[in-house]
Ligand binder design. Structure first.
Ligand SMILES: CCC/C=C/C(=O)SCCNC(=O)CCNC(=O)[C@H](O)C(C)(C)COP(=O)([O-])OP(=O)([O-])OC[C@H]1O[C@@H](n2cnc3c(N)ncnc32)[C@H](O)[C@@H]1OP(=O)([O-])[O-]
Ligand SMILES: NC(=O)C1=CN([C@@H]2O[C@H](COP(=O)(O)OP(=O)(O)OC[C@H]3O[C@@H](n4cnc5c(N)ncnc54)[C@H](OP(=O)(O)O)[C@@H]3O)[C@@H](O)[C@H]2O)C=CC1
Length: 290
């Protein structure tokens, strides 16, 4: 079971004391790691997702370590769920200062085979769900109180072969990030995005095992020669939500080891000499990290 105390953080204690954070997809993977870090730094957190059991297990882990966490079952593909989920989050935490739009997913498929229903599911989740979650957070709280938002997207800068649907959706969110930063800055709201490369998470385990060797191989195409860790993504999210980023809005920060700047004249070489920030995915999951 994941814990809050076993995590490394470079941020100071109580950094987010008095703040309220909603993390969609917060029950697992990158979202959970962000939630643990924010809770460890003093924020109240709501973890939102479709599966109550996963959320409650994650909440228990954070609570055991002294963090304040709540579970809200919410499918961001459903308008009513978003409206009631945001209202419930505000009720539970007494506010909504920070939003991490992390819920998302897709399935690998050649473009010619993507069925309309699958296309719609991916667009509804990653683009439409992200937009309306943010709009509802704005309408119900941030318009009058300000806030900070981070959208999790992906490395789609050269297109996204085998994942045309998510490439299109994430490019849309990259653009939305800039639009909303322009429109809502006057309300004291900053909106940024983080674009992870290939990150070792529970999410990858949901793909067909046949896909795994391709992902492993692709993950060597960056300057670290490895997959990123949840902690490396969460650190970027935490920074962008923090007061240290008070002059940053409308940007997308790439957390990909340089994957998106791959150049055929100088492809990544060697074993990878850059240290891992926190290589604890497996060990944290099985509780062996102190
Ligand atoms: C390099 C990697 C980088 C990125 C990594 C990550 O992001 S990892 C982290 C992220 N984690 C993840 O990405 C993992 C989670 N992924 C998911 O949950 C799904 O991909 C989802 C996002 C579509 C939601 O699906 P859901 O179950 O909630 O939705 P639903 O039941 O409504 O289905 C809608 C329709 O979609 C279609 N369709 C769905 N799957 C396949 C497929 N494998 N094959 C073909 N088609 C597929 C199918 O048409 C289906 O309708 P049907 O034929 O059943 O009537
Ligand atoms: N791992 C990687 O290499 C990369 C990941 N990303 C993105 O980072 C984000 C987190 O992924 P990761 O941690 O890896 O994988 P996970 O699959 O562990 O996380 C996705 C989370 O989103 C939730 N979710 C999915 N659909 C919905 C929905 N309709 N409404 C509410 N919650 C939903 C899931 O919970 P539930 O199913 O219970 O609802 C799950 O907790 C995703 O957007 C992913 O696409 C981007 C680039 C690379």
């Amino acid at each position: 079971m994941s814990t809050t105390s076993s995590i490394q953080t470079i941020f100071r204690d109580h950094l987010f004391a008095g703040k309220s954070a909603l993390i969609t997809g917060g029950g697992t993977g990158i979202g959970l790691r962000c939630a643990r870090e924010l809770a460890r730094l003093g924020a109240k957190v709501v973890l939102a997702g479709r599966t109550r059991e996963k959320l409650e297990q994650a909440v228990a882990g954070i609570s055991e370590q002294g963090g304040e966490a709540h579970a809200v079952v919410c499918n961001i593909r459903e308008a009513e769920d978003i409206e009631s989920g945001i209202a419930e989050s505000i009720r539970l935490m007494g506010g909504l200062d920070l939003l991490v739009n992390n819920a998302g997913g897709q399935f690998p498929s050649p473009a010619e085979d993507i069925p309309r229903k699958g296309w719609n599911a991916v667009i509804d989740t990653n683009l439409t769900g992200t937009f309306f979650t943010t709009q509802e957070a704005f309408r119900q709280h941030m318009r009058s109180h300000g806030g900070a938002v981070v959208n999790i997207i992906a490395d789609m800068w050269q297109g996204f072969p085998m994942m045309a649907h998510t490439g299109a959706a994430r490019a849309g969110v990259d653009n939305l990030t800039k639009t909303l930063a322009n429109e809502w800055g006057r309300h004291g709201i900053r909106i940024n995005a983080v674009a992870p490369g290939i990150i070792e998470t529970s999410g990858l385990e949901r793909y067909d095992p046949m896909v795994r060797p391709f992902i492993e191989e692709a993950a060597k195409n960056n300057q670290t020669r490895r997959m990123g860790t949840e902690a490396e993504v969460a650190a970027a999210v935490t920074f962008l939500l923090s007061p240290a980023a008070s002059y940053i809005t409308g940007v997308t920060l790439r957390v990909d080891g340089g994957q998106s700047i791959f150049h055929p004249l100088c492809p990544p070489q060697g074993d990878g000499k850059m240290p891992v920030f926190e290589d604890t995915f497996d060990r944290v999951q099985d509780g062996s990290v102190p």
